[in-house]
Design a protein. Structure first.
Lengths: 236, 271
C-alpha cells in the first residue's frame, strides 16, 4: 500500500542562454543553398558543432518546404537548433522549435574549428541593463525583464508580477509577486518600501505570504539568498 | 462636446448598472442630452432598471447588423425627455459585438448626445473590452472589499492598455465610484476603509454611495434612484458624483452612521 504523502520537493527550472549562429536563407532558396555550398567548400566545418538558428523571415516557406530545407542543411552537417521568423502555428510536428526574442550580438564572428584556440576571447558587451516603471503595476499585469534590474516607482498590485534577471526595487507597496534573479542569479535581491507581497522569489527559491513574518509586513524590507534559503529582513 | 464614459468594474454585482442609470438620470435631470448604452449582450438589465423593458423593439446588435437605424433602437425615457436608452440584445451573446460595429455606433451617438454612458458587462472578456474601447473616461465601480478592489485594479490595467486612447498613447480619465459603503461596518473594520481602497487603486474619487434600501427599492420599481427618491442619501451622492463628472468641485462627503440614520428617517417620512 502506498501512502499519499505529498512531499514538498521543489522542482527547479533554470533558464540559460547560449550564443547561436543565425542563418538567413534568401529566395530563391536553391540559389542560396548553392552559395552556402560554395562557402562551405572554402571553410569546411564552419558550422560544425555550433548551434544554428534558421531565420526564415526573409523567405516565405510552408511546413513541408521548411522540413525539406532543414533536411538539406542536415546533409551539410548543419544541425538546426531552432527556427525563427515563422508563425508558431505554421510549424509542423517534427520541426525544431520556434524561437522568439533573440537579439543580435555585434562582433560575433564564426570561429573555425582548429583556429578556436588562437581566436581572441569574444568580448561580450555587458550593458548595464535596468528597467524603470513609473506607473503602478496593476493586477494581472506582468513585467518580465530578464536582462537586469527592475525598479518600480509606484505600487505592485495584488495579482501582478515582476520578473527580473537582476534585482527588484519597489518604492511603493509590493502586494503582488516579485521574482528576482530568474536566470540563476543568486546575488539578486528584492527591496521594497512596504511589503504585503503574495510571493517573493530569488533564483527560484521562494517564500509565500504565509512564510513572511507578520512583524515584517507593512514595512520596508529586503530579501536575499543565503546558503540556499531566502532571507527577509526589515530595513530601517 | 460629446463625452464617452464607460462604467466598469471587473467584478459582477457591484452596482455598475444601478450606477449607470442613476448617473445618466442625474446628468439628464440637469439638462444634458444623455444616452445609456447596455453592453451586457445576453444578460441585459439596464432596461429593467430604467423601467423601459416593455418598449424594447430593436437593440445594439440590430443596429450593428444594419437591421435597424440608430434612431429606431433608441428608447426615450418617459420621465426625462433628454435621457435615452440603447438596449442590449437578450437573445444573442457577446460574440455578436464587432469592433467596427461598435466604432460606428459610438461615432453616430457622439453627434447626438453630450454624454454616452456605456454600461459594461462584468469580466474582462470581449464584452467588457469593447465597452471600454472608445471611452474618453471611465468610472470604476468598487465595493469596499478585497476581491472587488483587486478586480478594479485589473480593469484599470486594461483601461491603460486596451482602449483606443491608450493605443494612441493618451490616457483614459479614471474615476473611482465606491458603492455599497456601510459606515458602521467600515468603522468596525469589517470592510475596507475609503483610505485603504484609495491607497490600493490610486485613482481619484468620484463619489461614495452608501448602502441603502432606497437603491434596491428604486431598481424594483424600474426607476433610477436619482429619480425615484432624489432626496435619499444614495441619490444625493449620485447627484454630487454627476456634477464632479462634469468638472465641478464639490466637497466629498464620507457617509457616517448618524447621517445615514438621518437619511433613512428622512427617506421613510418622504415615502
Amino acid at each position: 500500500m502506498s501512502s499519499l504523502v505529498c512531499q514538498r520537493q521543489s522542482l527547479r527550472f533554470r533558464a540559460r542562454s547560449y550564443m547561436a549562429f543565425a542563418i538567413t536563407p534568401r529566395a530563391p532558396v536553391v540559389d542560396w543553398l548553392a552559395d552556402l555550398d560554395a562557402n562551405l567548400e572554402r571553410s569546411r566545418g564552419f558550422f560544425a558543432g555550433h548551434p544554428v538558428v534558421l531565420d526564415l523571415s526573409g523567405v516565405n516557406l510552408r511546413g513541408p518546404a521548411i522540413a525539406h530545407l532543414v533536411g538539406a542543411l542536415e546533409e551539410r552537417n548543419i544541425r538546426v537548433l531552432g527556427i525563427e521568423g515563422i508563425d508558431p502555428a505554421a510549424a509542423e510536428a517534427g520541426l525544431p522549435p520556434v524561437l522568439r526574442g533573440g537579439r543580435g550580438t555585434p562582433g560575433l564572428e564564426p570561429v573555425e574549428r582548429g583556429t578556436a584556440a588562437t581566436a581572441r576571447a569574444l568580448p561580450q558587451r555587458q550593458q548595464p541593463a535596468s528597467l524603470l516603471i513609473e506607473d503602478p503595476v496593476r493586477s494581472g499585469q506582468s513585467i518580465v525583464f530578464a536582462e537586469g534590474d527592475v525598479t518600480v516607482l509606484g505600487s505592485v498590485g495584488s495579482g501582478a508580477e515582476i520578473v527580473a534577471g537582476g534585482s527588484i526595487h519597489v518604492y511603493g507597496t509590493l502586494r503582488g509577486r516579485a521574482m528576482a534573479g530568474v536566470n540563476g542569479n543568486a546575488r539578486a535581491r528584492i527591496f521594497c518600501h512596504c511589503v504585503e507581497a503574495e510571493l517573493l522569489a530569488i533564483d527560484s527559491y521562494y517564500k509565500t505570504a504565509d512564510d513572511i513574518e507578520d512583524s515584517l509586513r507593512h514595512g520596508p524590507v529586503q530579501a536575499w539568498l543565503e546558503g540556499g534559503t531566502l532571507k527577509i529582513s526589515a530595513m530601517h | 462636446m460629446a463625452h464617452v464614459v464607460v462604467v466598469t468594474s471587473g467584478k459582477g454585482g457591484v452596482g455598475k448598472t444601478t450606477s449607470t442609470a442613476a448617473l445618466g438620470a442625474a446628468l439628464a435631470h440637469d439638462g444634458d442630452r444623455v444616452v445609456v448604452v447596455d453592453f451586457d449582450v445576453g444578460l441585459r438589465n439596464l432596461d429593467l432598471v430604467l423601467g423601459a423593458e416593455r418598449r424594447v423593439v430593436f437593440d445594439l446588435i440590430s443596429v450593428i447588423n444594419g437591421v435597424a437605424k440608430l434612431s429606431q433602437a433608441l428608447i426615450r425615457d418617459k420621465r426625462l425627455e433628454n435621457l435615452f436608452l440603447m438596449p442590449a440584445s437578450q437573445t444573442r451573446d457577446k460574440d455578436a459585438l464587432t469592433e467596427e460595429g461598435i466604432a460606428g455606433v459610438i461615432a453616430e451617438l457622439r453627434e447626438r448626445f453630450d454624454w454616452i454612458i456605456c454600461d459594461s458587462p462584468a469580466g474582462i472578456e470581449r464584452g467588457a473590452t469593447l465597452a471600454m474601447r472608445h471611452a474618453d473616461s471611465a468610472i470604476i465601480v468598487t465595493n469596499p472589499e478585497v476581491s472587488s478592489v483587486r478586480d478594479s485594479d485589473r480593469i484599470i490595467g486594461l483601461l491603460d492598455s486596451k482602449t483606443v486612447k491608450a493605443e494612441r498613447g493618451e490616457r483614459v480619465d479614471k474615476h473611482l465610484l465606491i458603492t455599497r459603503y456601510h459606515p458602521l461596518r467600515a468603522a468596525r473594520g469589517d470592510m475596507l476603509s475609503i483610505d485603504d481602497v484609495l491607497e490600493i487603486l490610486l485613482t481619484p474619487l468620484l463619489g461614495i454611495i452608501p448602502e441603502s434600501e432606497d437603491v434596491l427599492r428604486a431598481s424594483n420599481v424600474g426607476s433610477p434612484v436619482t429619480l425615484n427618491n432624489p432626496l435619499s442619501a444614495p441619490a444625493r451622492a449620485y447627484f454630487d458624483a454627476a456634477r464632479r463628472l462634469r468638472g465641478e468641485e464639490i466637497a466629498m462627503q464620507v457617509p457616517n452612521e448618524s447621517k445615514s440614520l438621518f437619511g433613512r428617517l428622512f427617506g421613510r417620512k418622504a415615502a
